[in-house]
Design a protein around this ligand. Structure first.
Ligand code: 3PG
Length: 305
């Protein structure tokens, strides 16, 4: 059977090699297309039985072009790039690879916080993370790694996640809070780890950001879609003490940069999971999951029903 790896943003070469070895050992055939166009994707999926992607948009048209496709694995956590309803209608199983790239994203959160506290390394005196408070919005795999690292920095940690019992957070030395308002008003830094869903889109805006204490920093390594950009711009205009750092440019990046200069920073391409280790872990897990599904329907991490 043919397994297609289609990634606009390439995996590290060692990860591609490991995926190749895994697929070869299973007796399946592998095609890798990196940095391809949508036309390349539509062509390559024609005879694919399994598909591995990252944030690449997979909609019903891609599925229509892939009559043999049985399984799509998103090598990573968030699967908002895949049309789940269309996949279900096409009889295609969609899985993600939870946890495989979460440490990489969590480490970037601290890279970004330090960078903002040190004024983007411009030589002026900055501040430290020690004894500052950090609010973690969603206590999943990334959120938990963020909490683990924050302890090493000597930060006070709170988290909000309606799906995680208080005792779990408390067991990890994290104070649970139960509303976004509490999280934003009580923490010097707020780090977003919510997925992009109908419920969360545009949910972080003026009212919440204005609640942040003086000098607050909003850190977004989740999705740009969760931000109400107009509301955030208004808050940053009214509060010159606030800062925003995001792993991926917002739609209105130019306006943010013009208005707020060094109070904002955006990676040009999503970098959170872009480490050799995360690529290796997520890529090999994705390959193993595709192979197991094609062999005997293994679907432990299926996200569409
Ligand atoms: C994820 O959801 O796993 C991360 O956002 C990483 O996405 P990427 O594979 O596009 O870097």
């Amino acid at each position: 059977m043919k397994i297609l790896v289609f990634t606009e943003k390439p995996f590290a070469p060692a990860a591609v090699k490991a995926i190749e070895n895994t697929v070869n050992a299973s007796g399946n055939e592998l095609e890798v297309v990196e940095g391809g166009t949508r036309a390349d994707l539509l062509e390559a999926v024609k005879n694919a039985n399994g598909l591995i992607v990252r944030s690449d948009k997979i909609d019903g048209d891609v599925m229509d072009a892939a009559p043999e496709l049985k399984v799509i694995v998103r090598a990573g956590a968030g699967y908002d790039n895949i049309d789940l309803a269309a996949a279900t209608a096409h009889g295609i199983c969609v899985m993600n690879t939870p946890g495989q790239n979460s440490n990489a994203v969590a480490e970037l959160v601290f890279g970004m916080m330090v960078m903002m506290c040190r004024n983007q390394y411009n030589g002026k005196a900055g501040t430290e993370l020690k004894e500052k408070s950090l609010g973690i919005y969603a206590f999943g795999q990334v959120g938990r790694n963020v909490a683990r690292i924050a302890k090493g920095f000597g930060m006070k940690i709170e988290a909000l996640d309606k799906f995680v019992p208080d005792a779990v957070m408390e067991g990890e030395g994290v104070k649970p809070v139960h509303t976004p308002e509490e999280l934003f008003s009580q923490n010097d830094f707020v780090s977003l780890h919510i997925p992009a869903t109908a419920e969360t889109r545009n949910s972080i805006g003026y009212d919440l950001v204005m609640k942040m204490p003086k000098g607050g920093v909003l850190v977004n390594t989740a999705r740009k879609e969760v931000i109400d950009e107009e509301g955030l711009i208004k808050a940053l205009e009214e509060r010159p003490d606030l800062r925003y750092v995001s792993d991926i440019k917002p739609d209105r990046a130019e306006e943010f940069e013009q208005k707020f200069a060094s109070r904002v920073f955006f990676t040009p391409k999503k970098m959170g999971a872009q480490t050799a280790e995360a690529n290796f872990n997520a890529g090999v897990a994705a390959a193993e999951q595709v192979i197991a599904y094609l062999k005997d329907g293994w679907n432990k991490f299926q996200v569409n029903k």
